[in-house]
Design a protein around this ligand. Structure first.
Ligand SMILES: *Cc1c(COP(=O)(O)O)cnc(C)c1O
Length: 382
């Protein structure tokens, strides 16, 4: 019987630290039966039973017709571009995670950055047309923080210029608009199930597609291009999700509604607590009917006593690890900054947002007391 005090004290110290996100994990004992099934079937990958089950269950949960699972979201983005045979130039946003544009470079495609809308921080449809050239073949927008792009305006431009639309929907799991799932827009949408996302399978991703034929091509492309034992139709990649990840996804689906409800509560609490703080602007809600509260972003305005970076550092001194999503802009990284469209003058809104926005901790296992502590730190700055 060792005294529990010292280890208790250590635990408390560690648990005082709040990161921007914490992966959602169900109780371990709930996962054991899934593992036993895999151990007894000895099917570890290659579209096994959990993979098939999870594809069907996700289609049903998300309200989409077809979906192909991937080992991660980046491989799904790379493959989505190949499935539609995209070449030349693709119009995209600089205000995103770097994988959005990397997927273009991996396909030998030139990214063309277009500025974002100041309210949604999504690709500004009014600026897309001016960036179209004879080489443009597609648009790759991002539903930033899970708030829907102006999908109607984007589709109209795509139709006028005969362009494909591939949405990087890595933030948009479960988001619904008036017309159903936000994932049903464009030609393809891509999800990420990375540990830091709203819904995780440790690592994972998916392509949502409108018809069975496209799904079949994607299924071939993620399996080296194999159609059958002796036929290879394309230089496909190994993008397959394993049975362990798919089984874990099946378990996560049982918990996702609870996790989303918790996030909604913290979103409301942040908005209420920060409403009266001068110089802090919570991003307004988007056009969605059902939100997923994937991130909680605030904008640090000029009339706040300190700037965004000083607030970020101040938080660290209080053991709160907020994140500057998205700073630097994708267009500022060395492999992109030489592009004509990467010029700061071309991207004033994104540049400004990148200097002012801070994402506060947001995850299902946060507590109301922790949200209060975070808001107290902000309100305490004079
Ligand atoms: C997380 C993320 C990705 C990459 O997904 P992975 O599953 O980590 O490969 C791509 N785009 C955006 C916007 C993301 O946030």
């Amino acid at each position: 019987m060792t005294a529990s005090l010292p280890s208790q004290a250590t635990t408390n110290l560690v648990s005082d630290r709040i990161y921007v996100t914490q992966p959602y994990l169900p109780p371990l004992n709930e996962f054991l039966p899934y593992l036993e099934e895999i151990w007894s079937s000895k099917v570890l990958t290659n579209a096994g039973p959990f993979h098939q089950q999870f594809e069907r269950a996700l289609c049903e949960y998300l309200g989409v017709p077809h979906l192909s699972l991937f080992a991660n979201g980046t491989l799904a983005l790379v493959t989505a571009l190949q499935a539609l045979r995209i070449t030349g130039e693709v119009i995209t946003t600089p205000y995103s995670f770097v994988a959005t544009a990397h997927s273009l470079l991996w396909n030998g495609i030139k990214p063309v950055f277009v500025d974002v809308d100041p309210n949604t921080l999504n690709l500004d449809p009014a600026r897309i047309e001016a960036a179209i050239t004879p080489q443009t073949t597609a648009i790759m927008p991002v539903h930033c923080y899970g708030r829907p792009c102006n999908v109607d305006a984007i589709q109209k431009i795509a139709d006028n210029y005969n362009l494909k639309v591939i949405y990087d929907a890595a933030h948009a799991f479960g988001v619904q608009t008036e017309n159903g799932s936000v994932l049903s827009n464009g030609d393809l949408s891509v999800l990420s199930f990375h540990a830091t996302k709203v819904f995780n399978t440790f690592e994972g991703g998916a392509i949502i597609c409108p018809d069975a034929k496209t799904k079949q091509r994607i299924d071939h492309l993620k399996n080296f291009g194999f159609v059958d034992e002796v036929t290879v139709v394309a230089p496909g990649i190994n993008g397959k999700m394993s049975e362990i990840n798919a089984a874990f996804g099946m378990l996560q689906l049982k918990h996702i509604d609870h996790a989303l409800a918790r996030r909604a509560d913290f979103d409301a609490q942040y908005r209420e607590r920060l409403a009266g703080v001068r110089g802090i602007r919570c991003l307004p809600k988007g056009s969605e009917k059902v939100a997923n509260h994937a991130y909680f972003a605030i904008q640090v305005e000029d009339d706040f006593p300190i700037d965004r970076d000083a607030l970020y550092d101040h938080f660290k001194q209080h053991d709160i690890y907020a994140r500057r999503y998205f700073y630097p802009l994708i267009s500022e990284f060395p492999m992109y900054r030489g592009l004509p469209s990467a010029n700061k003058e071309n991207l004033p809104v994104a540049t400004q947002a990148s200097r002012r926005i801070l994402c506060l901790p947001m995850f299902a296992d946060l507590t109301a007391a922790q949200v209060d502590r975070i808001c107290d730190v902000i309100a305490g700055i004079k």
